[in-house]
Design a protein around this ligand. Structure first.
Ligand code: THU
Length: 161
C-alpha cells in the first residue's frame, strides 16, 4: 500500500484591494454580473467573469427556475457563454462573487462540484490551467492556479475510450 497526500497552493488575499489590477478588473466584472443574476428563489446572487487569452471578458450569473433543477449556476453560464462565443480561445481565469439579499456573504464563494467539473472540461481541452478567484460580497478573496487544484482525481475524456 502506498499513501499519497494531495496538496495545492491557495492564495488568500485579505480583501479585493490586495488583488492585481488584472484580477481587480475581472472581479469587478463578476460583481457587476452578479447584480443581474436571476435568483428569485434562493435570493443568492452569483456572478462570474471569464478572462480569455485574447483579452475578452465573458460573464455569467445564476439563472434560477421555478422547476429548481432547471436553473444553472453562474460559473457554468459563464464558461458555456465563453465556449459558445470563442470556441477556440483558451480561458485564463474565472472570477466569482456571491451576495445574498438576506445576509452579508463575507466568505469567498467556491464553485460547486458540477461547476468544477464543467470548468475542468475546458482546462483539459485547452491544455493550460484556468485560475479561479473566489469572493463573497466583501472580505477575503481566494485564488488557486488551476481548477484541478480544487477537483483532484477528476473524471475526464481520457476515460472514454
Ligand atoms: N450557485 C452558483 O451560481 N454557483 C455555485 O457555484 C453555487 C451555487 C447558485 C445556484 C443557485 O441559483 C443559488 O446559487 C443557490 O444555490
Amino acid at each position: 500500500m502506498d499513501k499519497r497526500t494531495i496538496t495545492f497552493e491557495l492564495l488568500v488575499f485579505d480583501s479585493f484591494d490586495e488583488l492585481s489590477s488584472i484580477d481587480k478588473t475581472l472581479m469587478t466584472s463578476a460583481i457587476e454580473a452578479r447584480e443581474n443574476a436571476y435568483a428569485p428563489y434562493s435570493k443568492f446572487r452569483v456572478g462570474a467573469a471569464v478572462l480569455l487569452e485574447n483579452g475578452e471578458v465573458v460573464i455569467g450569473n445564476n439563472q434560477e427556475n421555478a422547476s429548481y433543477p432547471s436553473g444553472l449556476c453562474a460559473e457554468r453560464v459563464a464558461v458555456f457563454h465563453a465556449g459558445a462565443r470563442f470556441p477556440r480561445v483558451a480561458i485564463k481565469s474565472i472570477a466569482i462573487s456571491a451576495a445574498s439579499k438576506d445576509y452579508v456573504v463575507d466568505d469567498p464563494a467556491a464553485p460547486c462540484g458540477n461547476c468544477r467539473q464543467s470548468i475542468s472540461e475546458y482546462e483539459v481541452r485547452q491544455g493550460s490551467p484556468i485560475a479561479i478567484l473566489m469572493m463573497g460580497e466583501k472580505g477575503s478573496v481566494l485564488k488557486c492556479g488551476s481548477v484541478a487544484d480544487i477537483l483532484p482525481l477528476a473524471f475526464d475524456s481520457s476515460y472514454l475510450k
